[in-house]
Design a protein around this ligand. Structure first.
Ligand SMILES: [Zn+2]
Ligand SMILES: [Zn+2]
Length: 338
């Protein structure tokens, strides 16, 4: 089979790789139906994270089960399945507490931008759809493998409730998914921070009531104008830089919580916006498997359409072009089909 391998920054190749096989009795092997490139894959592509040796890459996928190990019970050959960006057993103390990203036995994959994927801990990682999905549902099901669950996690961590005033910092696929999540949870005022017209349009489509195009202090001032100087009840931080975390914290009203899902690239937190305002910061990697049953149902019933975050589709064989398009910001998120 063929799959994507990153050799060095800027150098992703679609090349021949060994066919995945059942290694442990809890494994499944799936045939990939769609995969995608994550913003976090770009760290290595851009040289922000190291590439010490050629490494299979990708962690977002949907597919059809081809083979299962002898201990797999919940998925069967032929099932259409979604899995999260990390594997989990769905049974250890952390999973039972809903913290699947910290599963005692979980881990990553050997590259999901590939024609076939070995899924460790298949029972605790995969969720099968009720039947084969209509083709138009596939982008939204694929979005559940990371971005939609991550945006949802931000809204859960921020404590979004019906009637909340919410600010979402970040207009990438995760930030847009956060807008969709907050809207679904009943946010009354939903302010998306975005300066790109195309992403503003998706944010509006996902339920944003207001757009703030400014960043930094100007962005905070605009939020304060929109909220009569109070600030937001809940803030979703979906970027992870020093500036975006500061903007998120400063946009929060006293006593509010910032849901933090932008992977942090920061050295310190601004205490003046936290301790002295009783503002909290809560978040981390999303426990995808915890959210999958509810969100898969919402997609299946066509009540949410998170797949709208994909604005470019390419054959999997052109995975290198997908990286370039996202790196050069010609695309927000690229869907790949074998
Ligand atoms: Zn991802
Ligand atoms: Zn676990």
């Amino acid at each position: 089979m063929r799959g994507a391998v990153i050799h060095a920054p800027g150098d992703v190749r679609f090349e021949e790789r060994p066919d995945p096989t059942i290694v442990k009795p809890t494994d499944a092997v799936i045939r990939t139906i769609a995969a995608c490139v994550c913003g976090s894959d770009l760290w290595r592509y851009r040289g922000v994270a190291e590439v010490p040796h050629p490494t299979p890459i990708g962690h977002e996928y949907v597919g059809v089960v081809e083979e299962i190990g002898s201990e797999v019970r919940s998925v069967h050959p032929g099932d259409f399945v979604v899995g999260g960006f990390l594997t989990s057993d769905n049974s250890c103390p952390h999973c039972q507490a809903g913290q699947h990203a910290n599963c005692q036995h979980g881990g990553g994959y050997d590259g999901c931008q590939a024609e076939r994927i070995r899924i460790p801990l298949a029972d605790g990682t995969l969720l099968a759809t009720p039947e084969q999905p209509d083709p138009d549902l596939i982008p939204s099901l694929l979005a559940l493998s990371d971005v939609m669950c991550t945006g949802w996690h931000a809204a859960v961590c921020a404590g979004v409730r019906p009637g909340s005033t919410v600010v979402v910092v970040g207009d990438g696929a995760v930030g847009l998914s956060g807008v969709l999540a907050a809207s679904h949870m009943g946010a009354a005022r939903l302010i998306a921070v975005s300066r790109h017209a195309d992403r503003q349009a998706i944010a509006r489509d996902f339920g944003a009531t207001d757009i703030v195009a400014e960043r930094g202090d100007a962005g905070v001032r605009h939020v304060m104008e929109l909220t009569d100087g109070i600030g937001a009840d809940a803030v979703l931080e979906c970027v992870g830089t020093e500036d975006s975390v500061s903007q998120a914290l400063a946009s929060a009203r006293p006593g509010a919580m910032v849901g933090w899902v932008g992977v942090p690239h920061i050295t310190e937190l601004p205490q003046n916006h936290m301790f002295w305002k009783n503002v909290g910061l809560r978040g981390g990697p999303a426990p995808v498997r915890a959210y999958l049953p509810e969100l898969l149902q919402l997609v299946w019933e066509r009540r949410i359409e998170p797949g709208k975050v994909f604005d470019l589709e390419l054959p999997l064989a052109q995975v290198a072009d997908a990286y370039a398009a996202m790196d050069e910001r010609r695309a927000t998120k690229v869907l790949l089909r074998p």
